[in-house]
Each structure stands twice: as C-alpha cells, then as structure tokens.
Design a protein. Structure first.
Length: 256
C-alpha cells in the first residue's frame, strides 16, 4: 500500500505577488516574491484579470525603461530548522517592500515535502544555491543582493554568501552555540559567519537578548567585525518581532 504524501508545510504570505516552485537536487523549493510598492507587480496583470496581456507587457516595459520603479535591491530570506518562512519576523520583513526592496522568502524542499525536521546542512546549502541561481536567471534578483535567514537559515546564508555573490548578509537569531554553551568558546560556531567577514561582505546579526543559543554580547565577542543589533526576546523573537524589522530596515538604509 502506497503511503499518502505528507501535506506541504509551506504557507504563502498574503503579500506574495509570485510563487515560484524551483527544482533542486533535494526536491522542489518554493520562493514567494514580493515586489516593491509601485514596482513591477503593480503593472503586471494576473491571468485572472480581464485586461490584456499586451497592455500589461507594455506598461511593464515602460517601467523597466524609465527605471522609476526598479527595486533598490533584493532581499532573499530563508527559515529555521523547525518550520518554514511563516514566522512573525520573516513575514514582518515583507514590509521592506514599502522601502523599495524586492523581498523573496524561500521555503526549503523539506518544508514543501511536509517533513518536521530540517535536512542536513549540505542539503540545505545545495537547495539554497539552486534557488538563488534560478532567481538570478529569472531576473528576480536586481540591484543590491542581500541574502539572509533565521537560525539554521542564517547559517545557510553565511555558508553560501561568497558563492552566491551576496553583497551583504542578514543573520537573524544566529545559533552561535548549543543552548547554554555561550560561555564556552570551544563550542562557538564562528567559522560560518567569520567566512562572510573574511570576504569583506557586510554582516548584520540580529539577536534576542535572552537567546539561549548565544545573546548579543556573545555574538559581539565571537564576531567583532559584525554589526550586532540586540532586540527583546528569546531565539524566536516572540516578544517584539517588529524590533527585528526595524533593526534590519535601519541597517539597510545606512548601508545604501
């Protein structure tokens, strides 16, 4: 008897303009693309609408030619090891589309497959590289390219930043150590993030004040070259996820 496939755990944000299913060696990943306000999504016509495709294409071409609504950059974000991108902090970062950014949320293949636990790091990295490559080929990455993620996704973003050609990295809730081991430098996972700094790629780490995987002070000690933003709450940013959005927004604006 054939087992029923698990239901996908990928949840689409309401603001998504496009949903891209992308084949990787680990299976299908899914990217939710949110265009900047006033950008391309506002000139394209969905298939369900009655306006002609030709009219939509003409308007899009006009925008591309004038450059008035081109994204200031593209922010591509991944998730942690427990669930997909439907977390308050990642969905909150969709508000950066209001600042002119194209924001892309990426659910790894294990999420689409309905699994509850993330696959090994090597598989996550392979999936991420395939997604970024597809996004580039599809013209979805324009302007400054910033990649990032939360927890395990932050580690993926750091490990692959040089290969994907990221201009900057945003690491949310970077799991510096196993829980409760922040006082033991031998347990620190500094190599992944340090590789970003060694490549002279700007790195922002947004860390909860009570994060048991290492708080802001531990991050500063381990990664003196990184920009560290301390926010309220634990590893999941449950206290004030808007603080995460504000910290990333300030950093991106200052670095522009």
């Amino acid at each position: 008897m054939t087992a029923e496939p698990r239901p996908s755990r990928s949840v689409a944000p309401e603001r998504a303009h496009r949903v891209l299913d992308i084949e990787t060696d680990a299976g299908s990943a899914r990217a939710y693309v949110i265009d900047p306000v006033g950008g391309r999504a506002n000139t394209e016509v969905k298939n369900s609408e009655s306006s002609s495709t030709e009219s939509a294409n003409a308007e899009t071409a006009a925008v591309t030619t004038t450059g008035k609504h081109q994204p200031v950059g593209t922010l591509v974000l991944g998730h942690g090891a427990g669930k997909g991108t439907n977390t308050p902090d990642l969905w909150g970062l969709l508000d950066l589309a209001d600042d002119g950014w194209r924001v892309v949320l990426v659910d790894q293949p294990w999420v689409l497959a309905g699994r509850k636990i993330a696959t090994p790091p090597k598989t996550l990295d392979e999936g991420w590289r395939a997604v970024v490559s597809h996004l580039r080929e599809a013209g979805e990455i324009t302007g400054r390219f910033v990649q990032g993620g939360r927890s395990a996704g932050a580690r993926v973003a750091c490990r692959t930043a040089v290969e994907t050609g990221a201009d900057a990295v945003v690491a949310l809730a970077f799991p510096l150590t196993p829980p409760g081991k922040a006082d033991d430098p031998s347990k620190w996972r500094t190599d992944e993030a340090q590789a970003v700094l060694d490549a002279v790629v700007p790195l922002l780490v947004v860390q909860g004040a009570t994060d048991t995987f290492g708080g802001p002070d531990a991050i500063r000690a381990a990664l003196p070259g990184a920009d560290v933003a301390a926010v309220a709450g634990p590893h999941g940013f449950s206290k004030q996820p808007q603080d995460v959005v504000d910290a990333v927004r300030r950093w991106l604006a200052a670095a522009s």
